[in-house]
Design a protein around this ligand. Structure first.
Ligand code: GLU
Length: 549
């Protein structure tokens, strides 16, 4: 009996690997094209760090005319949740990070290199596991989990490196006859890789992000096919990224220490090794301590958070590019109006330690992104969000024509307003513009400097009776406010007041604040003249009357 017989005994129906090698040929792509992928497990939670990896892979492949695909790694069936694939597909869709190939719904996929879901690739892994067994590079292991645990405890007690390797790898030296005998007797087994490595030898590896790294060789006989017949991540990664003709494995740096094992697997399988780019995690400053963004502690770790808050997709993407390449910020400053897609993203310029995630900065980016939208774009975006998350806002937006005027205030000019950073801010920033809300609800008026009620009533009354004309142009309107100020003993100009404060009760700003607060209930609003033009004559009068009551 030889290795081939043992392999046939274990996987009698597996195909020759040549079948798969022909079925999934080298891709016909332009010179330098990068093929990469996003390969999440469908655990029901999409982490912002995952989205970040996907964005990076999408960017670099797009730039080279390559291929970006979505592979679902569902071999750990304990961790899986229902509709986990849909969650991933939809998150990518929401952020417009669209794969060229791979899963497109829970069960459907596109592309010629599938299946793109690992649980459907069982026979492929079997073929390659069989191939390794045939060459004596993998073997069945009959150790129970108790036995493996016992080995670990012995190692721990003796203070030696844990694992299934060298003399500890009990089943590695079983003869094919012994192994076949056990199988025929119905003993349970898994398949292990027979590592050719030696711990005392070093390998050199060049990682696109981390640079040159040295590691001891791998000498662990890792499991490649588990008791449930599915592969481990390590084995599946090698087989899949080879057959899917991945040129660049872009993944989280938690896998960096597995590189020696992965290189060995590629080599023993006779595959060309891909390039690796290990992305550092997104970090958070937690009271002065830098730590990973955590699924448990930080709501912003979930991709769904951004949708719920209504932070526009482009803002999140732009921010992620910002932390991915430190050169982005300067590029953006020099090219404020260019599409972010034009930025020349460089994988090798990513930060070696983790980039810091700063919500304040993200919201700032978001304000700028939103300030550049037209009223119509803003309206459409806010409406979509409101339909899902805020019924009251949706109702406000029913009157589209009016809402467009509201959104049009200080928009589309050189210095557009920047008061909105997310859709969940919008209601509060516009609600007073709607008469049915403003006139019917109680308003708390805080007039700042001018506080005497009678004085305020006099000012407002005088304004309605003698100064207010909806048809005034902006200059005339403001001159009238100055006239009104003067009449009540306030300086027409702030300068005049500052030069001689004892001579005045205040200045024109104090009077316009009285009007502003009476009209809107707020001390800070966008341009009051524009507000007046949008709400219209009747509303101005009704609002001032309400304030006087
Ligand atoms: N399923 C692995 C993970 O989610 C994929 C790593 C990879 O991209 O190869 O960590």
């Amino acid at each position: 009996m030889n290795y081939k017989d043992l392999a046939d005994l274990i996987f009698p129906n597996a195909k020759e690997i040549s079948y798969y090698e022909e079925k999934y040929p080298e891709r016909n792509l332009p010179e330098g094209a990068i093929v990469s992928r996003f390969a999440p497990s469908p655990t029901g939670f999409v982490h912002i760090g995952g989205l970040y990896q996907a964005l990076v892979a999408r960017e670099v492949t797009k730039r080279t005319g390559g291929v970006f695909f979505l592979r679902v790694e569902d071999t750990d069936q304990k961790r899986e949740v229902e509709n986990g694939v849909t969650g991933i597909v939809n998150s990518l869709k929401d952020f417009d990070i669209l794969p060229d190939e791979g899963m497109v719904t829970e069960t459907e996929e596109k592309g010629n290199y599938g299946p793109y879901k690992q649980s459907l690739r069982k026979e492929i892994y079997e073929a390659y596991a069989k191939y390794l067994i045939e060459q004596g590079k993998a073997y069945p292991c009959f150790c129970t989990s108790e036995e493996v645990e016992e080995i670990r405890q012995k190692q721990e007690a003796a203070k030696i490196r844990p694992g299934y390797y060298g003399i500890w790898a009990k089943c590695r030296n079983l003869s094919v006859e012994e192994a076949a005998e056990k199988i025929k007797n119905g003993e349970k087994y898994i398949i292990r890789f027979k590592s050719p490595g030696r711990e005392d030898r070093k390998i050199k590896h060049h990682d696109i992000i981390k640079g040159n790294v040295d590691f001891p060789e791998n000498d662990q006989d890792i499991v490649i096919i588990k008791a449930d017949g599915l592969p481990t991540y390590h084995f599946a990664h090698a087989v899949d990224d080879h057959l899917m003709r991945t040129t660049h494995v872009i993944r989280s740096d938690e896998w960096l220490s597995s590189v020696p094992l992965h290189l060995q697997l590629f080599q023993e399988l006779g595959f060309k090794t891909p390039k690796y780019a290990h992305i550092s995690p997104i970090m958070k400053n937690d009271n002065g301590n830098k730590r990973k963004l955590s699924k448990r502690k930080d709501p912003e770790a979930a991709v769904s958070y951004y949708k719920e808050q209504g932070i526009p997709v482009n803002a999140v993407k732009e921010y992620l590019l910002n932390i991915a390449n430190s050169t982005f910020e300067n590029w953006r400053r020099a090219n404020p109006d260019k599409d972010m897609d034009e930025f020349d993203f460089q994988l090798n310029k990513m930060s070696v330690s983790g980039a810091l995630f700063d919500m304040v900065k993200l919201l700032d980016v978001s304000k700028t992104v939103i300030s550049k939208m037209t009223a119509e774009e803003l309206y459409e975006n806010v409406l979509i969000w409101a339909k899902e998350f805020d019924k009251e806002l949706e109702e406000l937006l029913e009157d589209k024509e009016y809402s467009l005027k509201v959104f049009g205030i200080e928009r589309g000019n050189k210095k557009p307003r920047k008061d909105i950073s997310k859709w969940s801010d919008v209601k509060d920033s516009i609600i007073y513009m709607y008469d049915n809300k403003f006139l019917n609800n109680e308003v708390y008026y805080n007039y700042a400097k001018v506080s005497d009620k009678q004085e305020i009533t006099k000012i407002l009354n005088e304004y309605i009776e003698k100064y207010f004309d909806i048809n005034d142009d902006k200059e005339t309107w403001f001159n009238k406010i100055k006239d009104l100020a003067e009449k009540f003993g306030y300086a027409r100009e702030v300068k005049e007041f500052k030069a001689d404060p004892d001579n005045y009760l205040g200045h024109v700003g104090d009077i316009s604040t009285v009007l502003r607060v009476a009209l809107t209930g707020r001390q800070n609003t966008p341009d009051m003249y524009e507000i007046i033009q949008v709400i219209g004559k009747n509303s101005v009068i009704e609002r001032l009357e309400k304030a006087m009551k």
